[in-house]
Design a protein around this ligand. Structure first.
Ligand code: SAH
Ligand code: SF4
Ligand code: F3S
Length: 485
């Protein structure tokens, strides 16, 4: 998943927003007759995925997406509440939209997503120029809410559903590279980690009908996509039972069914909770070449006492055993993590445990944060946010520094080896280079020669940094020879 205020920040690439939509959906339509909407997304990948659902709903209701917000009739911002900084970023953007609205009174501005859900009507009171506040389960109601706002009233729907999975909505791929896509398989979270606002903003956990998931993945494959990432806050607790015969489908089953669509369709997933990932999942990963050997397994802290206070329901030895199990079943698997520094009451020794578990798990990369207290969470109610900001930041910088060293060693280790990559895009730095990912989710940049975006290639790694691998194209025969050795 990608996050708002992270060093590895992934903000929507505004220059590319809507490209694929225009190509795929607008062919043959009179786009000049449609109203125009502009959407910006923040937060985790699920929010980006939700924006594609919103785009689909709006396109069915006479709206077309545009890249230039100045031309928009409707501006939507899909928001994140995970840390205070994430909300600050959104408020800054609202100031920019306010300015635009002053010059264009008919423009409507809607706040979607987690901040809408967390603040509800308060957001309308605080941000006077916002016309609509729409929670993550209320997107089907957008056309009505827009109509209300057009009448000059404020539109609000923050109802959290126990059933909504948007199963039958075919997302419009915004800013897509046409190769990789995200597919939401479940919504909400029942875990109640004490630091986390998600259970309040996203509601109860519910799993999407597997047949609609497989249909979406099949359709993506038919349209040339070669990788799907199955998304949920806790994919390992995916649970569905067939209403016709009561047959259960768990995450391992879903993974297997997705992998069977085609050997050329790569399957990834995020996020796994250490308490829930099963051997059945690990064995299915090992069984299928096209299920990527990469697990995002956030640890949050390496100390059992802190983990208990975080309500993560596993402790340090349990986590270490899980990591060992993964490497035992898939020695070539990469594991990444999320870490929080300076949680309530964290001592220097407890912080050291986070550093040491990072080395034991040998993470290929991590998303790293300092603790940001969120209103009404369990931690807010039970513990004091007593670690000074300077200490939180110092510990965070130690975590970042260590991860950078571990990642660099990880990547150095890849030098001389040949990896199969799925080519995703042109390199940002040079048009002569392409970029693709290994199964372990590492980006390889290599001279393009005659390789094509959207196809597989074999690259031998010749150089590396802590963030990327540099390679050259080699033949499939070279790759097969290496496997024999
Ligand atoms: N469902 C995922 C995480 C979703 S939130 C999981 O359980 O792993 C993404 C990450 O943000 C978390 O893993 C955590 O590291 C971080 N995070 C969540 N709440 C936070 C807070 N209050 N302060 C700082 N970081 C937080
Ligand atoms: Fe938040 Fe925990 Fe749920 Fe992840 S598993 S979304 S950290 S409550
Ligand atoms: Fe943020 Fe909501 Fe995702 S709080 S991290 S956008 S679920």
């Amino acid at each position: 998943m990608m996050y708002d205020d992270n060093p590895t920040l992934k903000k929507i690439d505004e220059s590319k927003q809507g490209d694929v939509f225009f190509k795929e959906q607008l062919a043959g339509q009179h786009s000049e007759l449609l109203k125009k909407f502009y959407i910006e997304s923040y937060g985790c990948q699920m929010n980006f995925s939700d924006s594609e659902i919103v785009a689909s709903i709006l396109s069915d209701n006479g709206y077309a997406p545009i890249r230039d917000m100045e031309q928009a009739d409707l501006i939507l911002i899909n928001t994140c509440s995970i840390r205070e900084k994430a909300e600050d970023t959104v408020r800054k953007r609202l100031r920019v939209f306010d300015q635009l609205k002053k010059t264009k009174p008919a423009l409507l501005v809607g706040v979607l997503g987690c901040m809408a859900e967390r603040l509800k009507k308060k957001l309308l009171d605080e941000e006077k120029l916002v016309d609509m506040v729409v929670g993550p389960d209320a997107y089907r109601d957008l056309p009505n809410l827009i109509a209300t706002a057009e009448e000059g009233d404020k539109g609000i729907n923050v109802f959290l559903s126990r059933e909504e999975t948007y199963a039958n909505i075919n997302p419009v791929r915004l800013g897509s590279n046409g190769v990789t896509a995200f597919v939401t398989i479940m919504r909400g979270c029942d875990n109640m980690c004490s630091f986390c606002v998600v259970p309040f903003t996203r509601g109860r956990e519910r799993s999407r009908d597997p047949f609609s998931i497989l249909a979406e993945c099949n359709d993506l494959f038919a349209r040339g996509y070669r990788e799907v990432t199955l998304l949920g806050q806790n994919v390992d607790s995916y649970k569905w039972s067939n209403p016709d015969n009561g047959q259960p489908v768990d995450f391992a089953d879903l993974l297997e069914m997705t992998a069977q669509i085609d050997p050329d369709l790569r399957v990834r997933f995020s996020t796994s909770h250490p308490k829930d990932i099963t051997d059945k999942v690990l064995h299915n990963m090992a069984k299928y070449e096209n299920i990527c050997k990469y697990i995002h397994l956030p640890v949050q802290s390496g100390n059992s006492n802190i983990l208990k206070k975080m309500n993560r329901t596993y402790d340090r030895p349990w986590y270490i055993d899980k990591v060992k199990r993964i490497y035992e079943i898939m020695p070539d698997c990469a594991i990444s993590s999320d870490m929080i520094s300076g949680f309530c009451g964290e001592t220097d020794e407890e912080h050291e445990d986070t550093l040491s578990i990072m080395k034991i798990a040998n993470y290929s990369m991590s998303y790293m944060f300092y603790y940001s207290e969120r209103p009404n969470t369990l931690a807010h109610k039970k513990f004091e946010d007593d670690i000074p900001l300077s200490v939180k930041k110092k510990r965070l910088s130690e975590i970042i520094q260590l991860q950078s060293t571990i990642s660099a060693a990880h990547n150095k280790n890849c030098e001389g080896t040949i990896y199969k990559v799925l080519i995703e895009k042109e390199s940002k730095k040079s048009k002569d280079d392409l970029a693709g990912r290994t199964t372990q989710n590492k980006m390889v940049v290599f001279p393009r020669e005659d390789a094509q975006i959207g196809s597989y290639a074999y690259t031998k790694i010749i150089d590396s940094t802590s963030a990327t691998l540099k390679g050259v194209l080699v033949s499939e025969a070279d790759f097969l020879n290496q496997q024999k050795r």
